[in-house]
Write a protein that binds this ligand. Structure first.
Ligand SMILES: Nc1nc2c(c(=O)[nH]1)N[C@H]1C(S)=C(S)[C@@H](COP(=O)(O)O)O[C@H]1N2
Ligand SMILES: [Mo]
Length: 375
C-alpha cells in the first residue's frame, strides 16, 4: 500500500502563508516529519528528561502558526452554542484579562501530551504496508509544566454551571482554535475538580511559545494531545460533539485489523463510534538511542518513559534482557507527589531507568532487540 498523505493536513499552499513561522523557537535537533505545516519530534536524548525543554517539545500543527500582534485584542469567547448563533450572552477574555481575574488561583501542572500517532512508524513493515498519517517514531510525546487557571472557574464566570449545562442536556465542550481546528470533550471531565482541565498561558514558566498556542491554550490532561486546543478562540457548551475530521470523523476512530482501506468503511459506521479519548499504556526505550550496537559484557543505564492516558499511574516497568524469559524491575521517577498511584491524576509520564549488563553469548546486540514491558 502506498504511503497515504494525512487527509487532515492542508496543502502546503503559497510560500507567503509560511512567512511568519516561529523558526527561532525550534531546536535544531528536532526531527521534522513535515516542514509545512511543522510537525516534528525530539531526538531520544530530549525524551530522557522529566520536563522536556520547550524548544525540544514535539509539535503538531495542521496549518501555519497563527500570528498574534495584539495581545489585548486576541480574545477567547465563551458561551452556549445557541449564543454563538445569535451573538448574545457571550463572554470574552484576553490573556491579560484572564490572568488578572484568575491569576491568584493560577497553578502549575506537569502534563504529558502524546499525539495519538506516537510510534505509528513501528507498524509500518513490508508485509502490511504503511499506516496512514505522519510516521512518528517514539517522540510525539513530551512533558511540560503548564500554568494557568481552572477552565471550570472561567466557565462559572460566564454563568455556566453543572446545573445549566450537563444538568440540562449539554454534555460537551467544543473548543476551536484561531485557525479553525475544533474538537470536543465531555463536559463532565471539565467540571470535575480532579479532572484538572485548565486554560494555560505559560509553559515551563515562560509565556506560551507560538508553536504551543500563544497566547492561550486549553489543557485537558489525560486525554489525547488533540484535545488540548492551541490558540484557543471559541469555547462553546454543546449538546452534541462537534462535526469534523478530528471528532466525529475518521482521525480518532479505531477500526478493526480487517480494515485495510478507508474506501470500504462507511461514514455512518465511523460516526457510530465514539472517538479515542485516552491513549492506552505505552513505554519506550530512549537510551541507548535506536540502532545503537552494544557489546556483550557492557554495563549501561537503560532509560525510557512509561505513560498511560486517563490519569492512570504507571506502577511498574519490567525489563528483560533475554527476549522475555526473565524479567526485573526498573527504577521509576515521577513528576511530583500528586502524580501517585491512587490519585488518578497521574497526568505526566514516568521516567524509568535500570543499570544492566549486556549478556554474554549472543554477540553484539542491537538496541531494538531489548524488551521492556509496562504496567
Ligand atoms: N488549534 C490547534 N490545536 C491543536 C492542534 C492544532 O493543529 N490546532 N493540534 C492538536 C494535536 S493533534 C496535538 S497532538 C497537540 C500537540 O500539541 P503541541 O504542538 O503543543 O505539542 O495539539 C493539539 N491542539
Ligand atoms: Mo495529535
Amino acid at each position: 500500500m502506498p504511503a497515504v498523505v494525512d487527509a487532515t493536513q492542508r496543502a502546503e499552499g503559497a510560500a507567503s502563508d509560511w512567512a511568519n513561522e516561529p523558526l527561532q523557537e525550534r531546536h535544531a535537533s528536532l526531527i521534522p516529519h513535515t516542514e509545512r505545516p511543522y510537525n516534528a519530534e525530539p531526538p531520544n536524548e530530549a525524551l530522557t528528561y522529566m520536563i522536556t525543554p520547550e524548544t525540544k517539545h514535539y509539535r503538531r500543527q495542521h496549518t501555519p502558526v497563527p500570528l498574534i500582534n495584539n495581545l489585548n485584542e486576541a480574545k477567547v469567547t465563551i458561551g452556549f452554542e445557541e449564543h454563538f448563533k445569535n451573538g448574545k450572552g457571550l463572554f470574552h477574555f484576553s490573556q491579560p484579562e484572564l490572568e488578572k481575574k484568575f491569576g491568584e488561583t493560577a497553578r502549575d501542572i506537569a502534563v504529558t501530551l502524546m499525539c495519538t500517532g506516537n510510534r505509528r512508524s513501528e507498524f509500518n513493515n513490508k508485509t502490511d504496508g504503511e499506516t496512514m498519517g505522519l510516521p512518528w517514531k517514539n517522540g510525539s510525546i513530551s512533558t511540560a509544566t503548564w500554568s494557568g487557571c481552572y477552565l471550570a472557574d472561567v466557565l462559572r464566570a460566564c454563568d455556566l454551571t453543572p446545573e445549566n449545562t450537563t444538568g440540562n442536556g449539554y454534555f460537551f465542550l467544543t473548543m476551536q482554535g484561531i485557525e479553525d481546528y475544533h474538537v470536543s470533550v465531555p463536559l463532565d471531565k471539565v467540571w470535575k475538580r480532579d479532572g484538572d482541565c485548565m486554560i494555560v498561558w505559560k509553559m515551563n514558566g515562560q509565556p506560551l511559545p507560538r508553536d504551543h498556542g500563544y497566547p492561550l491554550r486549553v489543557m485537558i490532561p489525560g486525554f489525547v494531545g488533540a484535545r488540548s486546543v492551541k490558540w484557543i478562540k471559541n469555547i462553546s457548551v454543546c449538546k452534541q460533539e462537534t462535526d469534523g475530521m478530528h471528532q466525529r470523523g475518521i482521525a480518532y476512530k479505531q477500526l478493526g485489523p480487517n480494515h485495510k482501506a478507508l474506501s470500504a468503511v462507511t461514514k455512518e459506521y465511523i460516526e457510530s463510534m465514539p472517538p479515542i479519548d485516552h491513549v492506552p499504556v505505552t513505554s519506550a526505550i530512549t537510551y541507548p538511542e535506536p540502532e545503537t550496537i552494544v557489546q556483550p559484557g557492557e554495563r549501561l543505564e537503560l532509560k525510557g518513559y512509561g505513560y498511560s492516558g486517563a490519569g492512570l499511574c504507571i506502577i511498574r516497568v519490567d525489563i528483560s534482557m533475554d527476549g522475555g524469559a526473565t524479567w526485573s524491575q526498573a527504577d521509576i521517577e515521577r513528576a511530583d507527589s500528586t502524580q501517585t498511584i491512587r490519585s488518578n491524576r497521574a497526568w505526566a509520564w514516568v521516567q524509568w531507568s535500570k543499570t544492566i549488563t549486556i549478556p554474554e553469548g549472543n554477540g553484539p546486540l542491537k538496541r531494538n532487540d531489548m524488551n521492556n514491558n509496562v504496567t
